[in-house]
Write a protein that binds this ligand. Structure first.
Ligand code: ZN
Length: 357
């Protein structure tokens, strides 16, 4: 998860190597746009609805930001606290933002969970609304569905460590808060500490233990808890989870000569084989499995082989669950991002394994 900050360019430059920061462009911020998307740094644009929406300024901003790479979303003009009026604004402005080649975020407001959400026209979700609503089950349900669809989710007005934790646990990708622009020198380093703690890439402690337990539990779809699998280690980074796993089963026969062990042949252990496989996302984050499989050698015919678990798709470097997700009909861009692939790979997998492929 990243903190998107508007203004504070000097402080942002000082922390330019941090994986936890990004830029939030706002309509009212002067004429100059700092270079956007350089070195792969993600950024997004807000609409200033919270302090008073100005269509002319918003359009001016769209003109300046269109075409810059690494944009995660443009918050579509919204009406604070009113989901119905926000959807009406979305119907007007959503196509404009998309026509400029920019990804559009629907701002989730109080009551959106009871309305029909135009998921097919949304690239991202910006959690707005009243404090009570955004911390409640209504907003959580919207976030869950957006993450299931592989969308970028942003949590607005996040100024405390407690709120950061909440957004992180929901699976949000980014947050913002006015305090970081107002007191950048004090607050931005604090936010980096909070985020580092949440991702636990300094202590390497608790979060990874929790993540390892989570994967071991075999909850939901995925390979975990199936026979032959052992999880050795899970690391957590802003790019997602990296799960180091072993797969070991004693094969009953040789896949080459079909002789049955131990009567007709003997199958000896013959080293290991390491592969990298992408799984379905967890907590809204991509999962890479580095799997070490035991290799065997058939004494009768000399063939060597490493049994492949059924949970890994035979045709590609993905789990069967990930292939099912990719061929599920969700738009290619978001599903690619959620699994950690590029759009081309996703389209290729669809063509090969999807319906009609
Ligand atoms: Zn054999």
């Amino acid at each position: 998860m990243r903190l998107f900050v508007s203004g504070a360019t000097t402080t942002l430059r000082r922390h330019s190597d941090s994986p936890y920061l990004g830029t939030l462009v706002v309509p009212n911020a002067g004429n100059r746009v700092a270079p956007l998307g350089t070195a792969g740094k993600p950024w997004a644009a807000d609409n200033a609805a919270f302090i008073g929406f100005d269509p002319a300024r918003f359009c001016h901003m769209l003109g300046r930001i269109a075409g810059h790479p690494e944009c995660r979303f443009v918050a579509c003009p919204d009406v604070v606290g009113d989901a119905v009026a926000t959807l009406a604004q979305f119907a007007v402005w959503g196509p404009v933002i998309r026509a400029l080649g920019l990804p559009v975020a629907l701002v989730a407001q109080d009551g959106l969970e009871h309305l029909s959400v135009p998921w097919g026209e949304i690239d991202a979700v910006f959690v707005g609304g009243s404090t009570d609503w955004k911390l409640g089950v209504g907003a959580a349900g919207i976030v869950r569905e957006a993450k299931r669809r592989g969308m970028w989710v942003h949590f607005g007005r996040c100024n405390t460590k407690k709120r950061f934790r909440h957004a992180y646990q929901l699976g949000c990708d980014s947050v913002d808060g006015s305090g970081f622009s107002r007191w950048p020198d004090q607050r931005i380093p604090a936010a980096i500490r909070w985020l580092r703690e949440l991702h636990s890439d300094s202590s390497g402690g608790d979060m990874e233990a929790i993540a390892a337990g989570f994967f071991r539990g075999g909850l939901g779809a995925g390979v975990w808890g199936e026979l032959g699998w052992t999880i050795e280690r899970v690391t957590v980074s802003p790019d997602g989870y990296e799960v180091h796993a072993r797969y070991h089963i004693e094969p009953g026969d040789c896949p080459q000569c079909r002789r049955v062990a131990p009567d007709a042949t003997r199958l000896y252990r013959h080293g290991t084989k390491v592969g990298r496989v992408r799984d379905v996302p967890r907590h809204g984050r991509p999962v890479l499995i580095v799997v070490t499989r035991t290799r065997f050698r058939c004494l009768a015919c000399g063939h060597t082989f490493a049994p492949r678990p059924g949970e890994i798709h035979p045709g590609c470097r993905l789990t069967a669950a990930a292939v099912a997700r990719i061929t599920d009909g969700i738009p290619a861009g978001p599903v690619a991002r959620s699994i950690g692939l590029d759009g081309r790979t996703v389209r290729r997998i669809r063509a090969r394994f999807g319906p009609g492929g």
